[in-house]
Design a protein around this ligand. Sequence first.
Ligand code: CDP
Length: 235
Amino acid sequence: MDPSELKKIQIAVDGYSACGKSTLAKGLAGRLGYIHIDSGAMYRAVTLFAIQENIIADGKINKNLLIRKLPEISIKFRLDNDNNPITYLNEVNVEDKIREIEVSDFVSEISAIPEVRHKMVAIQQKMGENKGIVMDGRDIGTVVFPDAELKIFLIADINVRTQRRYNELKSKGYDVDFEVVKENLMQRDKFDMSRSESPLRQADDAMVFDNSDITKEEQLEKAYKLALSIIENEN
Ligand code: CDP
């Protein structure tokens, strides 16, 4: 049975920083023939816009200016030749730039601004209105798709998460320090959990996956089987 030909569902993948949400979401979408959206890339693109427009200067964010300039921001995803979604900010490919540590340093503060969230959530809900989508982030199961048929909440040990992000950045040629990466992940988790607007939290009906000690292939297999059983039930 080809799941892409059956009635489609929404899948939400939430969790802490660098615990493999995008890897799982991408793999799951690939196997199901669904769209994958990395909602974090959208908040990162807004942050990059703020840096480029000098809305962030001397370590401070001019929130009112950013809110005024929000209508100037367009974020789109286009597929590359390998079917990977590439983030475009105002028609420019920013996929690599948004992963840099400077963006990571400000993204949690930017994404705590209610006006920023309202704009992103509206775009995300539009992307998911026809279902057949796997979206990863922090508030997908709680706010963006509260009725998602499958919600997964990922957790992993902080040192495992740091090592993965460190390896990822190193492989892209960035000269990063393990402790700096770890500090950024811990700071963002703290900030994301404690903000008043859509804080990071596990949805009551989410399935928790701890992937500290399992491979990404094992995790994907487990999630895929779960998704298939839900899809079969819905059809
Ligand atoms: O890849 P990583 O887990 O490190 O982060 P990300 O998914 O790229 O998200 C970057 C930041 O965007 C997070 O630390 C959150 O502050 C924010 N974010 C959010 O507030 N809501 C989402 N749905 C996704 C990301």
